[in-house]
Design a protein around this ligand. Structure first.
Ligand code: C2E
Ligand code: MG
Ligand code: MG
Length: 444
């Protein structure tokens, strides 16, 4: 087709954008104008559970709540059934942040069905004029990016960050490549050893996934696990970790009695209908090599456990598989849930271990956690042990097992047996092996 395309390539401007443009035009030079996008996140679930009428009524009521919360002269624009744009002229950025917190925490939309009332999640993203943009379309796109960031990080609110566009573009690229990477075998598993402190012997490994791209780079799981969780690719990714682990163990043979092997599992995988069947199959195969399998679930995800996921945790234990609470102490720990979760181990988050040498309060907290775990008959692992000082400190506080760069970085399965056989024999050799087996991981 020929002809002038310049007119056609102009973005179609929606009435909402035109409204925002008119609002921005009224701005005095010293004024800030902010655009806050609000999205009801569990809208589809609400509609399926309670019917479209109930969800529509709830959204109507919610629009009214938003109007009441905003200062005079602000506007609420209904973008779609579950999305709203709030326009206002705040005195400072802090006013926007405070309002977003109030909306997200204290005024969540509620669905009233008969005598029951259910709260629904909202996510908010903000961008400001002139700080982030001075035209309506850019302002809108940037608020949209902030909203996406909030959703990706599972936070209720985010303000646009100038580098978010690049960051988001990289994420989208990873997201679109991930499915292919899983299918093409670009997902590999590395192993980080754990050492029993009382005997200074290697007692197990943690399996940590890496994405080895075609050009040979290893991408850190921190960059793609949350994406995989959002897209649902985490399911196939975990099954491919199961396969890799079995392959590695078959190549290692039996290393020592009850050698531990821990696999990280996201909550949606633990709740997947095939999980227990696949876990059982893997466990039976690993038992032939005298491997004691463990599942690591983060404290954060365990805190959100409902009765169904709690039942799944019990099933894991019934299979004879250990259950470890990962990153313990990272969030707001509720000690009562420790009583309910059938865990066999707690892994103290590495942020505690980093400061344990300098912060006496952290030492006291860690000691109390160790004592409590032992009282509940759980093992304690310190992760992120990267100096002699840290290792001495956690040993003195009563820790059972250490894992960290001091002992070894995660390494390829092919290097593990050699490392294992040399552990403790000759420090120089271990250094060399650590260097060879050590990895370079890329983030963005
Ligand atoms: P995690 O399970 O808490 O694993 C420990 C992380 O700490 C690993 O990062 C490890 O390389 C790093 N680490 C170990 N020792 C040290 C140390 O001394 N200092 C420092 N600074 N870091 C240390 P990695 O491999 O990048 O994994 C990050 C997270 O990704 C894991 O944290 C885990 O939550 C997640 N992950 C890894 N593999 C999987 C998987 O197969 N499935 C799921 N769902 N999540 C996974
Ligand atoms: Mg872990
Ligand atoms: Mg951890």
């Amino acid at each position: 087709m020929t002809g002038d395309t310049s007119e056609r390539s102009e973005p179609r401007v929606s009435p909402s954008i035109r409204f925002i443009e008119r609002y921005l035009k009224k701005r005095e030079p010293a004024e800030i104008m902010s655009l806050l996008l609000v999205q009801i996140d569990s809208f589809n679930r609400v509609a399926t559970t309670f019917g479209t009428q109930a969800s529509r009524d709830a959204c109507e009521d919610y629009a009214e709540t938003l109007r009441m919360l905003l200062p005079q002269g602000s506007h609420v624009i209904r973008l779609s059934e579950r999305r709203f744009a709030l326009l206002m002229t705040p005195d400072s950025e802090a006013v926007v942040t405070d309002l977003a917190e109030i909306i997200a925490e204290a005024h969540q939309p509620r669905i009233e069905v008969q005598d029951s009332s259910f709260s629904v999640d909202v996510k908010l993203g903000a961008a400001m004029c002139p700080l982030h943009a001075d035209d309506a379309l850019t302002l809108f796109r940037r608020a949209e990016l902030a909203l996406q960031t909030a959703r990706d990080n599972d936070e209720s609110f985010a303000v646009y960050q100038p580098n978010a566009t690049m960051h988001q573009a990289t994420k989208w690229k990873l997201e679109s490549d991930l499915k292919g990477a899983i299918a093409n075998g670009e997902i590999e598993v590395h192993y980080q050893p754990k050492v029993e402190l009382a005997t200074d012997s290697v007692c197990g490994v943690e399996a940590l996934v890496r994405w080895r791209t075609k050009d040979g780079r290893a991408i850190s799981p921190d960059n793609f696990i949350s994406i995989a969780e959002r897209t649902g690719d985490i399911i196939d990714l975990t099954w491919s970790v199961f396969d890799s682990v079995l392959e590695s163990v078959q190549s290692w043979g039996t290393l020592k009695p009850s050698f531990g092997l821990a696999i990280n599992v996201s909550p949606q995988v633990a709740n997947h209908s095939e999980f227990c069947v696949r876990l059982q199959a893997l466990n039976e195969k690993l038992l032939k090599f005298d491997i004691k399998l463990a599942v690591e679930l983060t404290e954060d995800s365990l805190l959100k456990s409902d009765s169904r996921s709690m039942a799944n945790l019990h099933k894991i234990r019934e299979l004879g598989v250990d259950l470890s609470i990962d990153d313990f102490g990272k969030g707001y720990s509720s000690l009562t849930y420790l009583k309910q979760v059938p865990a066999t181990e707690i892994k103290i988050d590495k942020r505690f271990i980093e400061t344990i040498g300098v912060d006496e309060t952290d030492q006291q907290i860690v000691k109390a956690i160790f004592d409590l775990a032992h009282a509940l008959d759980m093992r304690v692992v310190a992760e992120g042990v990267d100096s002699e000082e840290n290792q001495d400190m956690v040993t003195a506080l009563g820790c059972d097992i250490a894992q960290g760069f001091l002992i070894a970085r995660p390494m390829h399965g092919d290097d593990f047996v050699e490392w294992f056989n040399n552990y403790g024999s000759n420090p120089l050799e271990i250094e060399e092996l650590n260097d060879r087996g050590s990895e370079q991981i890329y983030g963005f």
